[in-house]
Design a protein around this ligand. Structure first.
Ligand code: HEM
Length: 436
């Protein structure tokens, strides 16, 4: 029996009583047919049982690391970024209607909620693989087609492919666009692999996989908590970012800025740029040239005008010859905001694919060959990509020394809907009658 068949169509009779979750409904169905087996299975997977087991044994840290799934906002954006991040785009079947779509979203929501808490979804055939939540977060994003099916009037005006950046783009369809995004992040690759398989089983009858981008940061425990990650150029990457310790995350990501209101309360957007990094030609640059390209030191990420990572760069400082210490083409000068709304949350992941077509050396501007297929899954979150992301990317396309070694090869934009409460589902607001 497929997941879609197991999920009842009558999911709207919740005026009088709380809507049953898919878990309850499937448990009921199983109970009627194969009672003993179902009872045993559910008992084994209940939260109480899980707690008892963990009390008896010495627990490994990642077995207890849970990030809440339910809430006003989806997790996986302003929560700390775990070591592994997979981004998956699904193309929905052409004939998908609103009822099928809401059913799919409910199934995905239920399963994501279970998995993030270290519980196996009801149809999980390898339930032991769900036992280590490892800070798992599962975040859903919607492409244009979801709005066209569910509620075209709700589609945010910015939800469309980015404008072309002709100077730098070498975009490939196999890394671009898509109808539904599933972002899966956790500190254990096993957890991610299992969650990915479970969720993709859910989508099987509703669409096809368009792309999967697998990324990583430093392993869990290899860095101090809160330490900024490094990318594969060896740079400290992520220093200047909004935070939850002041109001900046609210403004940048959740739309509490006069110029960038959120498309829906507690919703936001993600731009995913897959950027190839040519490590072969990067190897040819010496340390001074590398630091000059970005405007920061490789040792600790401090600006060239400072000593410590979080020192504020002095963009007006000049050397004894009168040249800017942070060069006119330096990445941080070009990326820093020219208007107050030009800020984004960067939460990227490195990628490093097996090399199948190694040619020894990959030349400038090439995206294949060499002994590495490496880069950045550049994930940027902001309430309005056209106001926040696009002006930065335009400036960088015009002039940025880093372009010498980097090439964007994929691009996608998704709206990230609000979170939901238990018994609800991600995206449910789209299926409510629109306000006049
Ligand atoms: C492979 C490509 C890229 C690499 C290796 C890279 C690397 C870096 C590094 C090392 C920094 C300095 C430390 C920090 O604040 O994180 C930085 C800053 C920054 N980058 Fe990038 N970056 C890349 C692409 C991009 C893109 C595509 C954008 C946006 C369109 C972007 C936007 C920014 C911003 C906004 C900052 C902070 C600037 C400031 O100081 O205000 N970067 N990047």
């Amino acid at each position: 029996m497929s997941d879609s068949e197991q999920t009842p169509a009558h999911i709207s009779d919740k005026e009088t009583r709380p809507a049953p979750t898919r878990r309850h409904l499937v448990a009921g169905a199983l109970g009627a047919g194969i009672g003993a087996l179902a009872t045993e299975t559910i008992h084994r997977m209940s939260p109480e049982t899980h707690q008892e087991t963990t009390k008896e044994q010495k627990v490994a840290p990642l077995q207890e690391s849970r990030t809440s799934f339910y809430g006003a906002r989806q997790a996986g954006i302003d929560t700390p970024a775990p070591a592994i991040g997979h981004f998956i785009a699904i193309d929905l079947n052409d004939d998908t209607d609103a009822q099928q779509l809401s059913r799919l979203l409910r199934i995905l929501t239920d399963d994501a909620a279970q998995l993030t808490q270290g519980h196996a979804p009801i149809v999980d055939q390898e339930p032991e693989l769900a036992e280590t939540p490892a800070s798992l977060t599962i975040t859903f994003g919607f492409g244009e087609k979801i709005f066209e099916i569910a509620n075209p009037r709700q589609k945010p005006p910015w939800l469309k492919p980015l404008p072309p950046f002709a100077q730098i783009d070498q975009l490939q369809e196999r890394w671009s666009d898509g109808d539904l995004l599933i972002q899966i992040c956790a500190d254990d690759r096993m957890t991610v692999a299992h969650a990915q398989r479970m969720l993709l089983k859910d989508t099987r009858t509703f669409g096809t996989i368009r792309w999967v981008q697998e990324g990583f940061r430093h392993a869990y425990g290899s860095q101090k908590p809160g330490q900024t990650m490094r990318n594969l150029f060896g740079q400290v990457d992520g220093t200047v970012n909004p935070t939850t310790s002041d109001n900046s995350m609210e403004q940048v990501v959740w739309g509490k800025h006069p110029k960038t209101p959120a498309w829906e309360e507690n919703g936001t957007s993600i731009v995913i740029r897959r950027i190839h990094m040519n490590l072969d030609t990067w190897d040819e640059a010496d340390r001074i040239a590398r630091e000059d390209a970005v405007g920061r030191k490789l040792s600790n990420g401090a600006p060239l005008t400072g000593e410590k990572e979080y020192d504020i760069p002095d963009l007006s400082a000049t050397d004894h010859l009168g040249f800017n210490v942070i060069a006119p083409y330096a990445h941080i000068r070009r990326a820093s905001p020219q208007e107050p709304q030009e800020r984004i949350l960067r939460r990227g992941y490195n990628y490093d694919l097996p090399v199948t077509d190694a040619s020894g050396f990959s030349r400038h501007g090439e995206t294949t060959g060499g002994i590495s297929q490496s880069g950045l899954i550049f994930a940027s979150y902001q309430s309005d990509p056209t106001q926040q992301f696009v002006p930065i990317q335009k400036r960088l396309a015009q002039l940025d020394m880093l372009n010498t070694w980097t090439v964007p090869i994929g691009s996608a934009v998704f709206a990230i809907p609000a979170g939901c409460q238990e018994n609800g589902f991600i995206g449910e607001n789209l299926f409510k009658p629109s306000q006049p």
